[in-house]
Ligand binder design. Structure first.
Ligand SMILES: C[S@@+](CC[C@H](N)C(=O)[O-])C[C@H]1O[C@@H](n2cnc3c(N)ncnc32)[C@H](O)[C@@H]1O
Length: 327
């Protein structure tokens, strides 16, 4: 029925996207490379390692919340949904939904890290042999359509966007993402959204500056990816991971900082980095419930239910299309 190979949608699969983004991002000031390029096969494996770190409270807290609230989500969603996950990674949290929802019609994991997507989908097919798993290789910011699924075409869609991935989008992008997700999820669609909450800056700082240096390796892998794919000659030891909480903006800001004056060649072009010069790689916006309400409303969603942990570190929301009843 399904080939098992990822379905490509939009421009994610175009080979020159990374090169064009890097050359443009290094040429301008301030320098920046979009966060989605942190995720090649190595980046995805390093992100999985981050999820296991003691300082990275996000993953284990979200999993604990989901364990408790999946029965509520199942009751709200009703049976027979297509489950559509944006930025699915290893699809680990998804298993809680697959086990707890009633009669999932199909699972569509969407990710830009295509090898990781294929491997995760293979594992899911092995563990859920009766479930149609249709991986989608796409940039979720550039998704005009979802694949049409014979046999599940009429199943209403439930979106899943966990992992605080929404935090990587700035306010404008987050609204644009939700607006498009609402359209893709269609009539009767709903979205389960995991968002990290504002909290003690020291705890946030530790989560993005772990003592084992895994987050630093994840950041600096971007330079190694340029070496692998763009014939660049970065010496990753001459750069450092730089992450801090900007309380005014309510976000973690992550940069790669040059430790000395140096020339680097990328795809045949020379770039000079002075000591302290930075490349911006990622934001992680932190939310409160008022922010979620405002963002949801601006994209045509309503926050129907929210679940948090006892320490209010992380939040999971059930968003319905404005005008639709939950369920
Ligand atoms: C923070 S990780 C979350 C992974 C997983 N959902 C979880 O909760 O553990 C973000 C995931 O989104 C993917 N991703 C990042 N930007 C993307 C984009 N623009 N389009 C599609 N996938 C993207 C990454 O490859 C990665 O798997």
């Amino acid at each position: 029925m399904y080939s098992g190979l990822p379905v490509k949608i939009g421009r994610a699969a175009e080979g020159d996207t990374f090169e064009a983004a890097v050359l443009a991002g290094l040429a301008r000031r301030p320098r920046a490379v979009p966060a989605k390029f942190l995720y090649d096969a190595q980046g995805s494996a390093l992100f999985d390692a981050i999820c296991e770190l003691p300082e990275y409270y996000l993953t284990r807290t979200e999993i604990a919340i989901l364990r408790d609230c999946v029965p509520d989500i199942a009751a709200l969603a009703g049976p027979g949904r297509q489950l559509v996950e944006f930025g699915s990674g290893s699809s680990t949290k998804t298993r809680l939904l697959l086990d707890g929802l009633h009669k999932v019609a199909a699972y569509l994991p969407i990710d830009i890290s295509v090898e990781h997507l294929e491997a995760s989908s293979r594992r899911l097919r092995r563990d859920y042999p009766l479930l149609p798993v249709v991986p989608v290789y796409a940039d979720y910011m550039d998704m005009p359509v979802l694949p049409w699924l014979p046999g599940a075409a009429d199943a209403p869609r439930l979106g899943f966007f966990p992992g605080s991935t929404i935090g990587n989008l700035d306010r404008h992008e987050a609204r644009e993402f939700l607006h498009n997700a609402r359209r893709l999820l269609g009539r009767g669609g709903a979205l389960v959204l995991g968002a990290d909450l504002k909290k003690d800056p020291e705890m946030l700082h530790a989560a993005y500056n772990d003592s084992a240096g895994v987050t630093a390796a994840f950041s600096l892998n971007l330079l190694l990816r340029m070496n692998r794919e763009l014939d660049a000659n970065f010496d990753a030891r001459a750069f450092a991971h730089d992450a801090f909480y900007n309380s005014g903006e309510g976000r973690i800001e992550i940069y790669i900082r040059s430790l000395c004056p140096q020339w680097v060649r990328v795809a045949g072009r020379p770039f000079f980095f002075d000591t302290g010069e930075r490349i911006h790689t990622e934001y992680s916006y932190k939310y409160d419930l008022g922010d979620i309400d405002a963002l949801s409303a601006s994209a045509g969603f309503v926050r129907a239910r929210t679940w948090t942990d006892p320490h209010r570190l992380f939040s999971v929301h059930y968003l319905t299309a404005a005008g639709d009843e939950p369920g």
